[in-house]
Design a protein around this ligand. Sequence first.
Ligand code: HEM
Length: 430
Amino acid sequence: MALKALKLRVCGGFFSGSLDFAIPFVMDSSALYSDNYRTNPEKVWEEMRNDFPVFYDDISNMWWVSRYEDVKNIFVDYQTFSSSTYELTTGQVVGPTLISRDDYGHVVRRKIVAPDFVGNRLRSYEQLIEDCVSNLINSFESEEEISLVREFSSQLPVDVISAILGMEGDGQLFRQWVTSMIMGLNDSPELRQKGLDASEAFCSHIAPLLNEVDDLDRTDHIAKIARAEIEGERLTNEEITAFCGLLFIAGGETTDKAIANMWWNVLNHPEVLEAVLDDDSLWENAFSETMRRTPAVISEERFTTRSVELHGVEIPEGAKVRACLAAAHLDPTVFQDPLSFDIYRSDMNLGKENRSGVSKDSERSGHFGFGLGKHFCIGYELARNEAIVGSKRILERLGKPRLQENQQGQIIQARNSFFACKELIVSFQK
Ligand code: HEM
């Protein structure tokens, strides 16, 4: 409970002057689930940062942490803040994966795919990304206005991952399953069952690809994951399909929502739109600033492996902690004028992220939109590439975009996991 100072002016009777009171100021957990919060969460995040840097949410039974340095520490200190929480979410729907491990097993599994999604190896997928973008644009190029989310951003990431895994053209099929699998991460038994059914259909679909993986002509990722050995042992089929499921879950809706948020931010700032039309390399800056100002993923959960004292509050061992990275990104002690969308800001790294997510420039801070440290996103460069290439090509082929009136902006979704636009209707002028 925080104390708030109150000055009261009292006149009359035996006393005339001012009194200082310290009154208890209580924040109710329902503030984090109200309709107002869903569309304007920034005020509540500010209250948490200022008065409740460690806040116990008795609705979800978890501890929220919202200041930049504290969130950073949670990501970095994986020995105290364990990712085993994922055993209760992705683990239940797709099976065991690296994301819920903090041990050596995490490191070796990560090495199987992570290097392919960055640097020169990612460059070998550039044409594949261009082709996926081009196919989608072909399907709506002649329309006067498009549903950017339905027709583009929700499709591209799943098309790209399907093609990388060796299932080009199966994007449509995967989209339904991935959506149900993500809904299945929720606690509701009904949604969980739908997620499990989708996961089963997904596994049956990819099962044939688990055969003949030693055929060295196969360059797809499923064969690659299946051929990888950890201390002389290959992954089980269950682990391979779970790995593939994780790539879809982690890389599908996240990238979709990041693209939608970036377009919302750019189209709502005419000077930024003019800047990217004039110099399309500035999409890179717009992407980074979007990841800070309106990150698609707003928080990550951890379990405490021991009791921890933070700002005078004791978080018990075995408690769930929610590192609210979106609130941390608005910390005014780190980013100047944090609520503004500024693609030239001098206090943040703009452009490509570093592999670990740790900023090497002491003058500029990094965003946590892709996490930080051990579990830093594997697909950070792939997602950025899809968003930038997709946006550039749409402008080149369709012309100057304009957002239709009365569009809804970002909204909190999936019980404080995402903050994103659900749809954007955009028209173009050649
Ligand atoms: C803009 C799009 C994306 C966002 C916002 C995003 C966000 C994140 C975040 C915040 C984490 C850290 C999770 C944690 O610490 O608990 C993460 C991890 C991960 N991401 Fe992404 N991601 C995106 C795209 C992708 C893509 C395209 C892929 C793969 C194709 C991917 C695969 C993964 C994997 C496998 C992990 C787990 C890494 C580990 O545990 O070592 N992500 N992502």
